[in-house]
Design a protein around this ligand. Structure first.
Ligand code: PLP
Length: 425
């Protein structure tokens, strides 16, 4: 029996996480299935940022670096992020963008790997990784005369050979939602003498992560997706404590100095993860990110990431069930693995044509997901829907599928205005 609207309302009524939705400002009439790309605005953020502007900046001026906690924000926020990704206090800093943090972490990993084994000259990643990750890796390889080897997910195990220095992977694929087993892949890499760099852009705040449990080497992640930090929020970086102090990172700015206010002409890196800071931090962005982190940590008394994950799986299972039952015959396929342990918090549908226009027609109805062009392999375009259990409910899922069904049944998506491409998809 297919789940009914009444069933969904009952599930919402019984949902122990339901109250967490009150933390967010969701626009009227919108079902937001894009929290994997830009998280929703928390209620607390506007007033908190206004306070940082009017009081801390406006009145406190330069004194606020000390009195308002501006200076240690990267570490303070890093400690909160650590709770979500299985790291200890003092092991994470919030700073810079994911792309920049990846450059620093990958560079450090390559330095360590090549000092320990100079003959290792290959960096391995996945062809379907997010492009910025591949571009950063390509640039680093070019700079250092190394080779970047890109493989398919099923080819990773055989690519872990004696000439590989570092394996760089994004745990959850941005396009399909497929998830790697971090424990098993890290173990396989280590068995072959290879260091691992993990991108947690679609993992942090979406699935339980245990960096120390997996014995991973380096990780980076994003502040504006499931952490609800706002557009362009600072990202984060983690290094295993055994690696954090081994090398300078390449962007050796004064904020990563052991004593920045000595104004010494010589660089002396801060111990541990602090050296991964570069220059003056974006305080207003940090302030908004702190509010975003609070929304995720608010789930801790209700079971934290494990409880959020259980709800996320229930939401995505329901979405798959309803799409297959109610939108059958419309040429939709499923790009996301069905097995729970193999997927993140998004569901990606495929279609050979019209995916962009269908997404636009849904957005016009207030159901916000996004479109990703198919890769060379399948030519199937992707309709991507992210499910953030902090603010998405079971009835939202039912209504989203109802809209999708109406858009397909009526052929509404074929109207000309829905196929005009915009700059950001
Ligand atoms: C979202 C995302 C990024 C974003 O990088 P920015 O530097 O914030 O633009 C990077 N990598 C992956 C895998 C992502 O999903």
């Amino acid at each position: 029996m297919t789940t009914t609207l009444q069933d969904c309302r009952a599930l919402d009524a019984q949902d122990p996480l339901r109250a967490l939705r009150e933390q967010f400002t969701l626009p009227e009439g919108v079902i937001y299935l894009d929290g994997n790309s830009l998280g929703v605005l928390p209620v607390a953020t506007a007033a908190r940022v206004a306070k940082a502007v009017n009081e801390e900046w406006g009145q406190g001026l330069i004194r606020s670096w000390n009195s308002a906690g501006w200076f240690d924000a990267p570490q303070r926020l890093g400690d909160r992020i650590a709770r979500l990704v299985g790291a200890a206090p003092g092991e994470v800093v919030a700073t810079d963008s994911t792309s920049v943090n990846l450059y620093k972490a990958l560079s450090a990993a390559l330095n360590i790997a090549r000092e320990d084994a100079p003959g290792r000259t290959v960096l391995v990643s996945e062809r379907s990784n997010f492009p910025t990750d591949l571009y950063i890796a390509e640039a680093l390889c070019k700079e250092r005369g190394l080779r970047l080897l890109l493989v398919e997910p099923g080819e990773i195990a055989e690519a872990l050979t004696a000439d590989v220095a570092v394996l760089m992977l994004t745990q959850i694929n941005y396009r399909t939602g497929a998830m790697h087993d971090m424990d098993a892949v890290t173990q396989a890499a280590h068995d072959a003498g290879i260091l691992t760099v993990w991108d947690l852009a679609h993992s942090a705040g979406a699935v339980p992560v245990d960096l120390n449990g997996a014995q991973a080497d380096f990780a980076v992640g994003c502040g504006y997706k499931y952490l609800n930090g706002g557009p362009g929020a600072p990202a984060f970086v983690w290094a295993h404590p055994k690696h954090a102090s081994r090398f300078w990172q390449p962007l050796a700015g004064w904020w990563g100095h052991a004593a920045p206010f000595e104004f010494s002409p010589d660089y002396r890196p801060a111990p541990g993860i602090g050296r991964f800071l570069c220059g003056t931090q974006p305080v207003l962005g940090m302030t908004a990110l702190e509010c975003g982190l609070d929304t995720v940590l608010a789930a801790e008394p209700m079971g934290g990431m494990a409880a959020l994950r259980a709800k996320s799986l229930a939401l995505t299972d329901l979405f798959i069930e309803l799409v297959e039952a109610r939108c059958a015959g419309h040429g939709l396929g499923l790009a996301t693995p069905r097995a729970h342990e193999k997927r993140g918090s998004q569901v990606c549908l495929t279609r050979s044509e019209g995916a962009y226009a269908i997404v636009q027609a849904l957005i016009a109805r207030g159901v916000i997901g996004d479109f990703r062009a198919g890769d060379g392999g399948t030519h199937l375009d992707i309709l991507r829907f992210g499910f953030t259990p902090l603010y998405i409910g079971f009835e939202d899922v039912w209504q989203a599928v109802e809209h999708l069904k109406q858009v397909l049944d009526s052929g509404e998506w074929q109207q000309a205005q829905f196929s005009q491409k915009q700059a950001v998809t």
